[in-house]
Write a protein that binds this ligand. Structure first.
Ligand SMILES: NC(=O)c1ccc[n+]([C@@H]2O[C@H](COP(=O)([O-])OP(=O)(O)OC[C@H]3O[C@@H](n4cnc5c(N)ncnc54)[C@H](O)[C@@H]3O)[C@@H](O)[C@H]2O)c1
Length: 339
């Protein structure tokens, strides 16, 4: 298929490009490099020996989208482009609604103009909010507690209405907590600022960039008192997009899928795995709980297995070892190659 990948230079997008090229799909990336760099795409080209057409532009700009759509004529779109920091979304709600909601609207309008009927959307487990029951399945009520989560829920609703009206297909992938890096250690997560997520933070402590890890709360009702999350290796997540493209080829309408492992790990377990992978001490300081954090969450991903034939195969050790290989081999991320 010819696949337009918005946000393809980002963390999950770049790993997905590798999997798409590995399956002989043709790709075109649209990215404004707001949180990434063209260097990432050079790494993908080197790694795959594949062709990656890239357009620098904003997913909210109708003219840019029209040009890309008419030139590339995609069979499907994978829509990663968006803003993703929960904390920032609370202080910059309009910015988040603009990129995540208006960006999705503009993209769908442009798809309509060229008759492109398939889209895979980067949604998030944050759409569920406070668990009514666990594991979350796709029928769990949607009640996001952050602006970020609400932007994802609104985009899901828009996509479902579009699919209904147009006869198109929208696959809504609700990611749990993406971690890890490509086995080559040439691609990985490269946060521009202080990492928002646990794994890159641990990695930066291990490599000596930060003195210690704050653990926010060790008195939760969990086996070791620290929060439990469902971590998903980014390569497994990337492969879920390839499975979703296949699914979209012979289904219509909107369908949501949880993308997790169903096996949650605590903060302490993540730190222990990373100590083993890196051989580094990783000092930890226990701090008070953060407002809005929940004790535990995990996915029921059985629908993704039964309907798309997808399941996660990477282990916790794979997550820690690949993150360490990436971080220690690229202590400054992609920066050293930027102009
Ligand atoms: N990483 C996570 O923890 C996580 C979890 C659930 C969902 N998601 C979603 O998955 C998607 C990808 O996440 P990621 O971790 O790869 O993030 P990322 O920031 O690494 O990638 C996003 C990409 O989109 C680009 N972008 C941002 N705004 C844009 C715009 N207006 N026009 C064009 N390009 C734009 C960025 O430059 C970047 O390359 C996002 O939509 C995110 O909300 C991420």
């Amino acid at each position: 298929m010819r696949v337009l990948v918005t946000g393809g230079a980002g963390y999950i997008g770049s790993h997905t490009l590798v999997e798409l090229l590995g399956q002989a799909h043709e790709v075109c990336v649209l990215d404004n490099y707001d949180n990434s760099s063209p260097v990432v795409l050079d790494r993908v080209r080197k790694l795959t020996n594949g062709t990656v057409t890239a357009v620098e532009g904003d997913v909210r700009h109708d003219n840019t989208l029209r040009d890309v759509m008419t030139t590339f004529q995609p069979d499907a779109v994978i829509h990663f482009a968006g803003l993703k920091a929960v904390g920032d979304s609370m202080t910059n709600p309009l910015g988040y609604y603009d990129v995540n909601v208006n960006g999705t609207l503009a993209l769908l309008r442009a798809m309509d103009e060229v008759g492109c009927k398939r889209i895979i959307f980067s949604s998030s487990a944050t759409v569920y909010g406070e668990p009514v029951y666990l594991p979350y399945d796709e029928a769990h009520p949607l009640n996001p507690t952050s602006v970020y989560g609400r932007t994802k829920m609104m985009a899901e609703h828009i996509l479902a209405d579009w699919a209904q009206a147009s006869g198109g297909t929208a696959v809504l992938l609700r990611y749990f907590n993406p971690v890890g890096a490509h086995a080559s250690a040439t691609l990985g997560e490269d946060p521009a600022d202080v990492p928002n997520n646990l794994m890159p933070f641990i990695a930066q402590v291990a490599v000596g960039k930060r003195p210690y890890l704050n653990v926010f709360g060790d008195d939760y009702d969990t086996p070791d008192g620290t929060g439990l999350r469902d971590y998903i290796h980014v390569v497994d997540l990337a492969r879920a997009h390839v499975a979703a493209l296949d699914y979209a080829a012979d289904h219509s309408g909107a369908r949501a899928f949880n993308i997790g492992t169903g096996q949650p790990y605590s903060v302490q377990q993540m730190v222990a795995a990373f100590r083993t992978a890196s051989g580094q001490p990783i000092p930890v300081v226990v701090a008070s709980r953060r407002a809005g954090d929940i004790a535990a969450m995990q996915a029921d991903s059985s629908r993704a297995l039964s309907e798309m034939g997808w399941r996660a195969t990477h282990t916790l050790d794979d997550m820690a070892a690949s993150t360490w290989a990436w971080q220690s081999g690229n202590p400054n991320g992609f920066q050293s190659e930027e102009g």
